[in-house]
Design a protein around this ligand. Structure first.
Ligand code: HEC
Length: 160
């Protein structure tokens, strides 16, 4: 290898190495907040297990995201359920799930097949568990505004 070629190779290696070091410095600078998950549940294991079963049985995740996931192939723009317990009380949630016409409580802007269905005929004990569990789904204060913004966007379609 000629001297000039060696020099070029060395130059490239130095650039790659410096790039890597720069990336590491940047990573270190990322705000700690971005690395934390803002959602948590205060529910007991019993309530969580029972609610998880019901959420599956009633296909809530066909339309809603929960713990950041939803059923694949579904694209209904319903509000996420993560953090809902910081926006609504257990009493409100129970009433909403028990309503014959949920749209009389919360307006909709969606086609009928995408709207929140009525669960008025779900056994009362199940509606109570779901309301309790949903009310336990909290968001950390530093992420509350973002959860409110997403809810507004999904419910009213306000682009921000
Ligand atoms: C067919 C789609 C669909 C299914 C299935 C569905 N939802 Fe909804 N849900 C919606 C939509 C859409 C809204 C927003 C109001 C509307 O447009 O009717 C909503 C609203 C809500 C809200 C109020 C959210 C807020 O920000 O105030 C809660 C709570 C909720 N749903 C819980 C549930 C639970 C629990 C289940 C399962 C038992 C469920 N949903 C099943 C579509 C659905």
């Amino acid at each position: 290898m000629k001297k000039g070629e060696k020099g070029i190779l060395f130059g490239i290696a130095a650039v790659v190495l410096l790039g890597g070091v720069w990336k590491l410095v940047q990573l270190k600078d990322i705000d700690e907040k971005d690395m934390r998950i803002p959602f948590y549940s205060e529910a007991s294991v019993e309530v969580r297990d029972r609610a998880a079963f019901l959420i599956k049985q009633y296909d809530c995740k066909d339309c809603h995201t929960l713990w950041g996931t939803r059923n694949v192939m579904q694209s209904v723009p319903a509000p996420p359920l993560d953090g809902i317990g910081s926006l609504k009380t257990e009493a409100w949630l129970y009433e909403y799930l028990s309503s014959e016409n949920p749209q009389s409580i919360l307006p909709t802007r969606l086609k009928p097949e995408y709207r929140m269905p009525s669960y008025a005929h779900m056994p009362e004990a199940d509606r109570r568990i779901l309301a309790k569990y949903l009310a336990s789904l909290k968001v950390e204060d530093w992420y509350l505004d973002e959860v409110k913004r997403v809810e507004r966007e999904k419910l009213y379609g306000v682009a921000e």
